[in-house]
Design a protein around this ligand. Structure first.
Ligand SMILES: [Fe+2]
Length: 324
């Protein structure tokens, strides 16, 4: 296991060494159809997060979606075992990573985007939706930091619904607000990377009560996903299986038939009443504060103090006037 300070660089060079050998994907999906990439899905157990490596087989150009850093909250230790395994996989397959794609500012894990960028030679752009600026403003206030520090933190700010290409494959960005205001999906042919805009049918939907979240927006985003052609495949950002193995992908048709929160026929009022009541009972995610303080910085850590120490802030909520 390596730390950020001592991690190896440039995995696309053949002599690079990683502390982890190549990770074995939890799931592999190939030959999905025209303009649809091969998908290598890596499940990170500690935060139940799917990281995807999507590959244009003709050019071997690739994108990494929602990479993760390992973080042990009690000790404050950040490490890169998970990332190193995927980077070694990328190296082993001789992939050329063109994009690091974030679906949104995650509140439950630390993004590995900056570590991947540095390890891949420093020129692979870290991309997110342009509305991340709204999220950055919000949390700059929460953590009492100067929001101008976040200017140009990311390399690419996608406009709602813009297009780009990966190798020879077109990708459409889908703005999917609700869980967070900046949330994007990425559509490569039949493969749709939904982030936390929808979950597997027996899990349903993500919470919509973070700052800037909105239950009606989430309902509309889910409807937008469900209105895609029925042969499209939804690759989810997390999985929390109640009584089965983890899964990464489900068809639109299956979601329409079985999604426990928004199956066909579920109206907006029913969904928003359920979601709001459920969210009111949920506690804060365990890694909320470390995650946001790293993720609004595109995976960089807060500035170090004079001694090189890095701290995360935790806003304290108390009705008692005991500070002093
Ligand atoms: Fe999320």
């Amino acid at each position: 296991m390596s730390t950020l300070a001592s991690s190896p660089h440039y995995p696309q060079q053949p002599d690079s060494k990683f502390t982890s050998g190549p990770a074995v994907p939890s799931r592999v999906h190939v030959e999905l159809g025209k303009n649809t990439p091969s998908v290598y899905s890596f499940f990170e157990q500690a935060t139940s997060t799917w990281t995807y490596v999507v590959v244009d087989p003709a050019s071997k150009e690739a994108a990494v979606i929602d990479p993760v850093l390992d973080y042990d909250h009690p000790s404050g230790k950040i490490s890169t075992e998970t990332a190193d395994g995927i980077l070694a996989f990328i190296q082993e397959k001789r992939l050329v990573v063109r994009y690091i794609l974030e679906t949104h500012a995650h509140a439950d894990h630390l993004t590995g985007a900056q570590y991947y960028k540095r390890s891949l030679g420093g020129n692979v752009p870290v991309c997110i939706g342009s509305r991340i600026k709204q999220v950055q403003q919000t949390f700059a206030r929460v953590y009492d930091v100067d929001s101008t520090l976040f200017n140009d933190t990311f390399d690419v700010y996608f406009k709602d619904d813009e297009h780009f290409t990966l190798g020879g494959m077109p990708c459409k960005v889908m703005h999917l607000p609700g869980h967070t205001p900046d949330h994007l999906g990425y559509v490569f042919g039949r493969a749709v990377f939904t982030g936390d805009s929808i979950f597997m049918p027996d899990v349903g939907s993500a919470r919509a009560d973070f700052p800037g979240g909105n239950v009606k927006d989430l309902y509309n985003s889910m409807q937008r996903l469900l209105s895609l052609p029925s042969d499209h495949l939804l690759f989810v950002g997390h999985d929390y299986p109640p009584d089965r193995d983890v899964e990464d992908v489900v068809t639109i048709e299956d979601q329409r038939r079985r999604n426990k929160h928004v199956k066909a026929g579920t109206d907006e009022a029913t969904f928003t009443a359920f979601r709001s009541a459920r969210d009111a009972q949920l506690g804060a995610p365990k890694l909320l504060h470390p995650s946001l303080q790293v993720n609004i910085r595109a995976g960089k850590l807060p500035l170090a103090d004079k001694e090189g120490r890095v701290f995360f802030k935790v806003p304290v909520r108390a009705t008692l006037a005991l500070s002093g």
